[in-house]
Design a protein around this ligand. Structure first.
Ligand code: TXE
Length: 460
């Protein structure tokens, strides 16, 4: 059994089975048995099940959000939004189930040329702990809508909400074998999924090193891989940006989910002429955030998910200071007083004058640390934003059309926001370039990834 603890106070939230390779093999075998039933189910019936599950999830959002906060640590308000986000993704895929039918053409030479789209079969997913409900939705929504079956491994430290969400799907008529969860460690369950010869696709979200390891193991099986491997998103604040909106955007874009989001703002580049007032405003706003147990009223930021994760974050801050590559303006310490010492808390941390090569800029810092640097020209800012192995998201804050046009075309990222950051609607593709990964989630693009084209030529 694996224990699940609340990162705010270490209390036990629940237990899950420590899955084995045999559990994975059983799940894959029974998933194939369910495949013909589910893929033959009329798309409208699949759609009805997804819509009903979304409705049920919305009805139970209070209870589900409490569970999510208890196992993950985020403030209850964020959990409520994430549970609603899961429902929203199911609704989106329910609304497009069966719409990607295929193509047809006719030629004198070849006759009737048809392209049929068929589901792949058993698809697997390995998901992390930072947004377990939403990421589960991104992976199960398109897989199930396209008529595939799924075996999903939740994170070992936040599996309970995923289990509860799957139960909501079963309650609305989804056969249990169509969506199976195998809980356990990455080393055992995750690797068994990567290695399995009879899984047609694997969608993974997690660290670059884990994802490339998974890809290596999976390569000989030739399963389709979709990898979302995090980011080091840059925010570029130009001199004409609305200063208050930009400062607010930086604070919510970095400290939301305690900085543990793949598209959190992880590096800020500010025009040198507005640098000082911007930094002061960010500091003021960050210092009003209330940190504490996500279950308490009025809390804006919960703990870092594990103490190991907090140690990594603090190490990168200290290394940056020790190398003389940036200064801590606010935060940057491990709290050792009051109730904060019971959990893995870390204060909202602002670092200024940060060298773009500093550890907090170079690595993906998965915690509440906002490093800020000044720039002289937009071209310099774009170069600094692109000087990373990551390429998930980036934002530019300006109202100048020429700058918007330059930045949106030159930033190396899978998603570029203008005057906003961190918003991920289910209708449009989401994913990265460079080391941030392969493939896309969301939108009809994700649905297409879970369908295979079959060409049929009929000579009449
Ligand atoms: O991720 P892991 P961790 C980044 C972020 C964070 C770092 C480490 O920078 O600091 O990763 O977090 C499963 N074979 N992101 O350690 O290990 C694991 O059980 C197969 C960014 O939590 O990548 C979990 O289900 N699977 C990211 C999932 O992989 C394995 C979100 C992710 O865990 C495995 C999370 C293995 N050998 C972390 N080892 C994002 N893209 O947003 C582990 N797993």
């Amino acid at each position: 059994m694996l224990e699940v603890h609340n990162p705010a106070d270490g209390s036990l939230v629940g237990h899950v089975h420590a899955g084995t390779e045999d559990d994975v093999n059983d799940a894959v075998r029974t998933s194939w048995e369910a495949f013909s039933l589910w893929s033959d189910t009329d798309p409208l019936d699949r759609s009805r099940i997804l819509f009903s599950a979304a409705r049920l999830v919305r009805e139970d959002k209070k209870e589900l959000s409490l569970l999510l906060t208890r196992e993950q640590g985020k403030p209850l308000r964020e959990s409520v939004n994430e549970i609603a986000g899961f429902a929203r993704v199911l609704e989106y895929y329910a609304s497009i189930t069966g719409t990607l039918q295929g193509d047809y053409g006719y030629s004198k030479n070849y006759g009737h040329m048809m392209v049929m789209r068929q589901p792949l079969g058993v698809c697997a997913a390995i998901i992390p702990w930072n947004m377990p409900a939403l990421i589960m939705g991104w992976k199960t929504g398109p897989v199930l809508a396209a008529g595939n079956t799924m075996v999903l491994k939740p994170s070992a430290t936040a599996p309970l909400t995923c289990i509860a969400l799957a139960e909501h799907l079963y309650r609305t008529g989804l056969p249990k074998q169509v969506l199976q969860l195998v809980t356990g460690s990455g080393r055992v369950v995750g690797q068994a999924l990567a290695r399995h010869n009879n899984i047609r696709s694997l969608s993974f979200t997690g660290a670059v090193s884990t994802g490339t390891g998974v890809a290596e193991i999976a390569a000989p099986t030739l399963k389709k891989l979709i990898l979302e491997l995090g980011g080091s998103d840059a925010m570029i604040v130009c001199k004409d940006a609305d200063p208050y909106a930009a400062a607010k955007g930086a604070v919510s874009g970095r400290f939301f989910n305690c900085g543990q989001t793949c598209t959190s703002i992880k590096r800020v580049f500010v025009d040198s002429t507005v640098y000082e007032p911007f930094v002061q405003k960010v500091r003021e706003l960050a210092e009003t955030l209330s940190i504490g147990n996500g279950l308490s009223d009025g809390v804006d930021m919960g703990p870092v998910h594990t103490s190991g994760q907090r140690k990594d974050v603090h190490f990168l801050v200290q290394e940056t200071v020790n190398n003389d590559q940036g200064k801590v303006l606010s935060g940057g310490y491990i709290p050792d007083t009051g109730s904060l010492k019971e959990g893995s808390f870390y204060p909202p941390t602002i670092m200024t004058g940060v060298d773009p090569d500093a550890p907090v800029m170079r690595e993906e810092v998965f915690g509440p640390v906002l490093p800020v640097s000044a720039f002289d020209t937009v071209a310099d800012a774009i170069d600094m934003a692109n000087a990373t192995r990551f390429g998930l998201g980036a934002s530019i804050w300006t109202h100048d059309m020429r700058t918007i046009s330059q930045a949106t075309s030159e930033l190396d990222a899978g998603i570029v926001w203008v005057n906003q950051h961190l918003r991920i609607p289910p209708e449009v593709p989401f994913g990265g370039v460079k080391s941030s990964g392969l493939g896309r989630e969301n939108g009809r693009y994700a649905l297409l990834q879970y369908l295979e084209e079959k060409t049929i030529l009929i000579n009449p």
